[in-house]
Design a protein around this ligand. Structure first.
Ligand code: NAD
Length: 494
């Protein structure tokens, strides 16, 4: 990564962004815009269209028309594949520009953003492009006078609602399989991180995606998101975000056309360290990175550290040391390990969790405060809290910030019981050299992904989805395709 190139890009003025509807840029129907605040220094970066319900309705109508006339779904698979491959190439070719734009918007450190955002988005789009002409229907084992066929059809119009932490990566997890299978998509980026995703959508048009197949509308969730959720013309909602919004989407579906709703929600993921871990120094470094990268704004962040009591003090000290070696600061510096918190609201919420933890008997052994306030940006010191009880707020509620809750355990049974003591079930890890225990932990901890002797880093070949109140339906891997197809049976009397 070249710091000079990054600095040149960060000095550029960001143009105002408009919706992308029917292949054209469109302002909000009432002309209103929203300021985009950069978490790096609190300055106004640019504006986006403050979408109205009418804007969203127009975008949905465009997507519906594009689906019904078959301009995309009706193309030969090889043609759709070529467009998606070109799109992935364009994302890659513009990777640094996209990454810097995204970082100025959401504050993720550039060292992570470049890989996790354009890098991962291009890989994901390419993965589904490569897959789309290898997906066959089925012939059922019927009696000789019947031909039973199972077709996989696109569902129609997909509404994709995206959060602010990794907009391009998470956007691509929905867009890749949905578009590969011939659907039209209406994209709704998050209020506080829409720019890079809007730019990525523009590149899809440049790559040859027909107008109307991908529409993107910015604005407030409770306005344009609600219209998308309540639409009778949307067949599937694919969502990543908070549990509160997930609940609303289910209500919208129930109140409208009972559309399918796939939810990727939050977590309170346990990182469980046994005394017999193969390399405790490595475990401490990975535990620190597993919670503090992107200032803790990672859905699978290892936010609960469960440590075997016999090594608790030494291990917490090692995590503290590893954390202090991480550089917090300007997310556009290549040597920054922990960038900015996404917004002032989020920063205040994080600090509120620290106060609550203290009042509930937790000990703040590292951090706990806002830092670098003189920059105008939203930075928080990585924070470690020990003595967090099973039912404490910090053990039960997702913070989505740089706060690690530490709880000791005595036995494997107690570790499992603590791990499973929240309503969530997204990710987790266990560190142990005991092979039997490793497999027992994979089975016993209720999560969508369980790491052994590592944390994070699962690539696009494996699914990511939650159990319990962490959601339903997985992104990534070939399994994600199932969310964007209907199975149709043809029962033919011969
Ligand atoms: P959020 O729910 O506030 O917002 C997510 C999206 O929903 C935004 O685009 C927002 O505009 C939209 N929205 C808000 N209200 C809406 C409404 N009434 N109707 C329709 N849409 C609406 O969440 P957030 O704060 O952007 O993201 C953080 C959350 O996302 C955390 O809880 C985090 O754990 C979760 N997350 C989960 C995963 C995962 O894969 N499971 C990944 C990243 C983030």
């Amino acid at each position: 990564m070249d710091q000079t190139k990054i600095d040149t890009l960060r000095a550029q003025t960001v143009p105002a962004f408009e919706h992308l509807i029917d292949g054209k840029h469109m302002p909000a129907s009432d002309g209103r815009t929203m300021d985009v605040i950069s978490p790096i220094d609190g300055s106004v970066l640019t504006t986006t269209a403050a979408g109205t319900s009418a804007d969203m309705t127009a975008a949905i109508a465009s997507a519906r028309a594009a689906f019904e006339d078959g301009r995309w779904a009706g193309q030969p698979p090889a043609a759709r594949k070529a467009v998606l491959m070109r799109w992935a190439d364009l994302i890659e070719r513009n990777a640094l520009e996209l990454a810097v734009l995204g970082v100025r918007d959401n504050g993720t450190e550039i060292s992570m953003a470049l890989k996790a955002e354009p890098g991962s988005a291009a890989t994901t789009i390419r993965y589904y492009a490569e897959a789309l002409d290898k997906i066959y229907g089925e012939i059922a084992p019927t009696s000789a006078d019947i031909l039973g066929m199972i077709h996989k059809e696109p569902v129609g119009v997909v509404g994709a609602i995206i959060p602010w932490n990794f907009p391009m990566m998470i956007g691509a997890w929905k867009l890749g399989p949905a578009l590969a299978m011939g659907n039209s998509v209406v994209l709704k980026p998050a209020e506080t991180a829409s720019l890079s995703l809007m730019r990525m959508a523009e590149l899809a048009l440049e790559a040859g995606l027909p107008p109307g197949v991908l529409n993107a509308v910015t604005g407030e969730g409770r306005v344009v998101g609600e219209t998308l959720g309540l639409s009778m013309e949307v067949d599937v909602l694919a969502f990543t975000g908070s549990g509160a919004t997930g609940r609303r989407l289910m209500e919208y579906a129930a109140r409208s056309n009972m559309k399918r709703v796939y939810l990727e929600l939050g977590g309170k993921s346990p990182n469980i360290v046994f005394a017999d871990a193969p390399n405790l120094d490595e475990a401490a470094k990975v535990a620190a990175a597993g919670i503090f990268r992107n200032a803790g704004q990672v859905c699978v962040a290892g936010s609960r550290l469960l440590v075997e009591a016999s090594i608790h003090d030494d291990f917490v000290a090692a995590v503290g040391k590893a954390t202090q070696a991480m550089r917090v600061g300007d997310p556009l510096r290549v040597d920054t390990n922990i960038g900015a918190v996404n917004s002032e609201t989020q920063l205040k919420a994080n600090l509120g969790f620290v106060d609550t933890a203290r009042s509930e008997g937790g000990e703040i052994v590292l951090g706990g405060d806002r830092i670098m306030a003189e920059t105008g940006g939203y930075y928080m010191a990585p924070t470690i809290v020990t003595g967090v009880g099973r039912d404490a707020t910090l053990a039960q509620k997702e913070v989505f910030g740089p706060i690690l809750a530490v709880t000791p355990f005595e036995t494997e049974q107690e570790a499992v019981s603590l791990a499973n003591s929240t309503v969530y079930g997204l990710a987790g890890a266990a560190w142990t050299a005991n092979l039997g225990r490793a497999h027992r932990m994979v089975k016993a901890v209720r999560t969508g992904v369980m790491h052994i002797n590592t944390y994070g880093g699962a690539d696009g070949t494996v699914p990511l989805g939650g159990v319990g109140q962490s959601g339903n339906g997985s992104d990534k891997s070939l399994h994600a395709i199932e969310k964007y197809v209907n199975l149709k049976t043809a029962w033919i009397k011969l």
